[in-house]
Design a protein around this ligand. Sequence first.
Ligand SMILES: C[S@@+](CC[C@H](N)C(=O)[O-])C[C@H]1O[C@@H](n2cnc3c(N)ncnc32)[C@H](O)[C@@H]1O
Length: 305
Amino acid sequence: MNPDKSCLWGPIRTVHTISFDDGRTSKTQNRTPSYSETITETIEDGSYVFIFLDAKRNWIRKVIPGQKFHSNKGIIDFDDLIGRPYGLKVKSHSGIVFQVHKPSQTDIQISMGRNTQIIYPKDASTILIEAGICAGSRVVESGTGSGSLTWILSRAVGPTGHVYTYEIREDMYDGARKNLEKHASMDRITMHHKDIIEGIEESDVDAVVLDLATPWLLEDEVHQALKPSHFLASYSPTIEQVMKTCKALGESGRWGMIKTLEILMREIMVRENKTRPTTWMVGHTGYMTFARSLANDEHSVKVSS
Ligand SMILES: C[S@@+](CC[C@H](N)C(=O)[O-])C[C@H]1O[C@@H](n2cnc3c(N)ncnc32)[C@H](O)[C@@H]1O
């Protein structure tokens, strides 16, 4: 059994074999498959599919028998997909060829944040690596926004970790809850509808990730919540925010190894004798500031001269 509900490549159903004293066995299927577990090698009734035409025209849809996918490039009958493998080429009724794939982590992340500013995959992956977020980590995050980063964090921490996310706005909190209930394992996420400046309820956490307008106001709160030597990751779209954050961290004297990164990603257009970077690229997303919490002064070792 794969207990990791958010594993895209997991099995569709949990099948338990019960053995009785007299040697009989019985197989049971004890629950309905979750969103991600419905993503199997074969498209089934209730599977989610990523319907791709090009980088701008793509959709995640649930396959429902008897229903159709409609777009201005034609209609696809879901009944034609059921029982077939992912990676299909499908011609719509108007002759346009679509690809039908399993939704990848990036497909889902981007689709969750379509109406809000989300942290791009290139930045989210840097946050995970630089802040040391992995299986078993307990992570505090704010703001929740669309829940897109919460979902990425919850996948990274796995079934033995936990994500505590804070969101001040009720509409964002409600929207994120809806997104997460559809996509994530809620047993590893605690959602607080709260201004994080009023206080972080958790302590001894392994990482804190901030994506909000005034991270510098949280220096003290974050330091209290973090284990010593663990990481704060703060994502900000402007240099002014980065400067205020680094100033607050530096002046407190409680943070080490403060650094700010920007990740630029270029796609390469591969053509015979014309291979080069594409003309357009995402010029700017945000800056990521990382800092490591120092233990309180009473633990410092005094070096005698
Ligand atoms: C840029 S969005 C976060 C996007 C998020 N990382 C995602 O992946 O969707 C910033 C969010 O922080 C929330 N926020 C701002 N200040 C906050 C605070 N003091 N406490 C909790 N949430 C806050 C905002 O309401 C907003 O939803």
